[in-house]
Design a protein around this ligand. Structure first.
Ligand SMILES: Cc1cc2nc3c(=O)[nH]c(=O)nc-3n(C[C@H](O)[C@H](O)[C@H](O)COP(=O)(O)OP(=O)(O)OC[C@H]3O[C@@H](n4cnc5c(N)ncnc54)[C@H](O)[C@@H]3O)c2cc1C
Length: 562
C-alpha cells in the first residue's frame, strides 16, 4: 500500500493509463522515488473509463500492447484481433501486476493545480483530497481523450430517466431490453455503441448532426495457433510498426494514384474494404490525404458502399458525409453499423435540420417534436489532446498559466516540453508523435525519451531543464507547416481542435495539435535532439542539492531505445 502521508517524490506521474503504467515501470527500474496519481478509481485510463457496449480497439490488439518485455509478449494471449474494453482493461491490470506497479499508484486523486516553485525547483501539486505533494519533475500522462464533453442542451438536469456520457458508462450492466434509447452523436464512439445495442433495445433513435466516414473493422478471434504465430513474429511486427507513418502494420500503397486506371484502383479498394482494421485508410494511396480529386474519388467509392448496405436510400444519403472527405480525420471503424439502420426499431434523426431544443423530464424536444426515452446516451466525444492540461491550473515560471499560453492552441518543444515550464514532461503531449499514430507505439517512444532525459540530468547533476523559446517556436512552426500539405487541415475534427461543446474551439480556428510527419520522422527528430546533448533545452544545476529520494540513480544507466 502506498504511504499517503509521504508528501515529496522525485517524480510524480499524473495518469495511470497506458502511458503512466509504462512510465512508472521505467522509473521503478531506475529506483527513483515516484508515484502515479489518477482521478479514476483504478488503473487503465481510457480502458478503465469507457465501458460502453461496443468499446474496442481499432488498432490490432497485438500491435497495441506494450513491446518492452519479451516475457510479457509471451505470456499474454489476445483473444481477438481488435479486442474489447474488458479484455484491454484486464491486459493493463496484468501488466501492472506482473511488474508489481500497483504499489506506486494512488487512485481517486485528481490533480487540481500544479505550480512551479522557482526558488526550490519544485513542483507543488494540489490534489482533490486536500493534500499538497511536491516533486522535482511532473510527468503528464493525462491522456488525449480523457476529458469528455457532454453537450450543452437546456434542461439536461431535468431528465428523469438514465443518461450518461459514454465515458462515464456505469460499471454495472445497464438493462437495455425493451427500453427506448436515444444516442446523441455519430463519431467514433456513437458508431461503436449504436451498432452494438441496436438489436438489444426496444427502440433506438440516433440523433446525428454530421455523419462520419466509417468502414468495416473486419474483426476476428485469435486462436492459440495464430497467437503462437504472432508471438514468433513480434520482432518483425514491431519493426514494421516502427517503419510505417502510423505505427501500424499497415503500409501505404506506394504506387501513384494516377499511375493506375480507375479499374485498378477499385481492385485495391475492394480488397481493402474487406481487410481488417485501418487497412482501408492506411494501406491506401498516399494521395488520399493530400489531393482533393483523389480523395473525392475514393470518398465516392465508400459512399457507394454505404448505399449498398443501407436499404432506405434516403437514410443512406443522410449517412454519407458531405463536409469532408474520407480519411481526413481519424476513421471510426464499424461492425454492422450501417445495417443497424435497416432494423425497424432504429431511426435516424438529422439534427442539422431539426436541432435539439431541450432535454425534458421525459426525453428530448427538437424544433419539430417531442420524444420520450428511458435512456439518453451522450456520445459527444472529448476535449481532445489539450483538454486534460486545460483542466489543471498549471503555472510555470513567473506564475504564467499553461491554459493561457495555449488559449489559441498549444506550442511545444517536440510535443514533450513547454518553454517556461521547467521539469514538466509530456511523453505523449500535444504536437508529439503519439496522437496521429497507433498510440502505444508513440507512448513508448515518448516515455523512453523522457526517461532518458531524466537519466541524463541525474547523471550530470542538473536540477532543472527548460526548452528554449526559440526551439519551441521552431517546433511549433514545423508542426504547423506540415498541416498545410494535408487535407485534414480543413476538417471539423479533433485533429484541428474543433469541438462545438468547448468554448473557443470553433471551426476555422485551427489548433495545431498533432504531429503529422509520421512516426519514423518524429523518432528521428527527437533522437537527434538527444544525440546532440539535448539541443534546445537549457539545463541548470541550481543551488539546491539534487534530490533523488529512493535509491541513487547510477550514472551509467543504460539508455532506453527510442
Ligand atoms: C473508446 C476509445 C477507443 C480507443 N481506441 C484506440 C485504439 O484502438 N488505438 C489507439 O492507438 N488509441 C485508441 N484510443 C486512444 C487511447 O486514449 C490511447 O490508446 C491510450 O489509451 C491513451 O493512454 P494514456 O495513458 O496516454 O491516456 P489515458 O488512457 O487517457 O489515461 C489518462 C489518465 O489520466 C487521468 N487524469 C487526467 N487528468 C487527471 C488529473 N487532473 N488528475 C489525475 N488524473 C488525471 C485520467 O483519469 C486517465 O485515467 C482510444 C480512445 C478511446 C476513448
Amino acid at each position: 500500500m502506498i504511504d499517503r502521508t509521504k508528501s515529496h517524490y522525485e517524480v510524480i506521474v499524473i495518469g495511470a493509463g497506458v502511458a503512466g503504467i509504462y512510465q512508472i515501470k521505467l522509473l521503478s527500474d531506475l529506483g527513483v522515488s515516484a508515484t502515479v496519481l489518477d482521478a479514476a478509481g483504478d488503473l487503465g485510463g481510457t480502458w478503465y473509463w469507457n465501458r460502453y457496449p461496443g468499446a474496442r480497439f481499432d488498432s490490432e490488439s497485438y500491435t497495441y500492447g506494450y513491446s518492452f518485455s519479451k516475457e510479457l509478449l509471451n505470456e499474454w494471449h489476445w483473444k481477438e484481433r481488435f479486442s474489447s474494453q474488458p479484455e484491454n482493461l484486464r491486459y493493463l491490470n496484468f501488466v501492472a501486476d506482473k511488474f508489481d506497479l500497483r504499489k506506486y499508484m494512488q487512485f481517486n486523486c485528481k490533480v487540481e493545480s500544479a505550480y512551479f516553485d522557482e526558488g526550490n525547483d519544485l513542483w507543488r501539486l494540489r490534489v482533490n483530497d486536500g493534500r499538497e505533494l511536491t516533486c522535482g519533475f511532473v510527468i503528464m500522462a493525462v491522456g488525449l481523450l480523457s476529458i469528455p464533453t457532454p453537450p450543452r442542451f437546456k434542461g439536461m438536469e431535468n431528465f428523469k430517466g438514465r443518461s450518461f456520457h459514454t465515458f462515464y458508462w456505469p460499471h454495472k450492466p445497464v438493462e437495455m431490453a425493451g427500453k427506448k434509447v436515444a444516442v446523441i452523436g455519430t463519431g467514433a464512439t456513437g458508431i461503436q455503441v449504436i451498432a452494438e445495442i441496436a438489436d438489444k433495445v426496444g427502440e433506438l433513435i440516433v440523433f446525428q448532426r454530421r455523419p462520419n466516414w466509417s468502414a468495416p473493422l473486419n474483426n476476428s478471434p485469435i486462436s492459440e495457433g495464430e497467437m503462437a504465430d504472432i508471438r514468433s513474429r513480434y520482432e518483425e511486427i514491431f519493426k514494421t510498426c516502427a517503419r510505417t507513418p502510423g505505427g501500424f502494420e499497415h503500409e501505404p500503397d506506394r504506387r501513384g494514384f494516377y499511375e493506375l486506371s480507375r479499374e485498378e484502383r477499385v481492385v485495391l479498394w475492394d480488397k481493402l474494404y474487406s481487410s481488417p482494421g485501418f487497412a482501408i485508410w492506411l494501406r491506401n494511396f498516399r494521395e488520399i490525404f493530400t489531393d482533393e480529386k483523389a480523395n473525392a474519388e475514393f470518398s465516392e467509392y465508400i459512399a457507394d458502399r454505404i448505399r449498398q448496405r443501407v436499404k432506405n436510400p434516403a437514410v443512406a444519403e443522410k449517412l454519407i458525409p458531405r463536409d469532408h472527405g474520407f480519411g481526413v480525420q481519424r476513421v471510426p471503424m464499424e461492425t454492422r453499423y450501417f445495417e443497424a439502420y435497416n432494423r425497424d426499431n432504429v431511426h435516424l434523426l438529422d439534427i442539422s435540420e431539426t436541432p435539439i431544443a431541450e432535454v425534458t423530464e421525459t426525453g428530448l424536444r427538437t424544433t419539430e417534436r417531442e420524444y420520450e426515452f428511458d435512456i439518453i446516451v451522450y456520445a459527444t466525444g472529448f476535449d481532445a489532446i489539450t483538454g486534460a492540461f486545460d483542466h489543471i491550473d498549471i503555472q510555470g515560471v513567473g506564475g504564467v498559466r499553461l491554459r493561457d499560453e495555449w488559449s489559441d492552441g498549444p506550442s511545444t518543444f517536440l510535443g514533450m516540453m513547454v518553454h517556461g515550464f521547467p521539469n514538466f514532461l509530456m511523453p505523449s503531449g500535444p504536437q508529439s508523435g503519439s496522437a496521429s499514430t497507433n498510440y502505444p507505439r508513440g507512448i513508448e517512444t515518448g516515455v523512453n525519451w523522457c526517461t532518458n532525459l531524466l537519466s541524463y540530468m541525474w547523471t550530470h547533476g542538473y536540477n532543472r531543464a527548460d526548452a528554449t523559446f526559440e526551439a519551441q517556436e521552431r517546433w511549433a512552426a514545423h508542426v504547423k507547416d506540415m498541416y498545410s500539405a494535408m487535407l485534414m487541415r480543413k476538417a471539423k475534427s479533433w485533429f484541428t481542435g474543433y469541438n462545438s461543446n468547448v468554448p473557443g474551439h470553433e471551426h476555422g480556428k485551427i489548433r495545431y495539435l498533432v504531429y503529422t510527419g509520421g512516426a519514423p520522422k518524429y523518432v528521428g527528430q527527437i533522437r537527434e535532439v538527444a544525440d546532440h546533448g539535448y539541443e534546445g533545452i537549457v539545463f541548470d544545476s541550481g543551488s539546491t542539492p539534487i534530490r533523488r529520494g529512493g535509491h541513487e540513480v547510477e550514472s551509467n544507466q543504460p539508455k532506453v531505445s527510442q
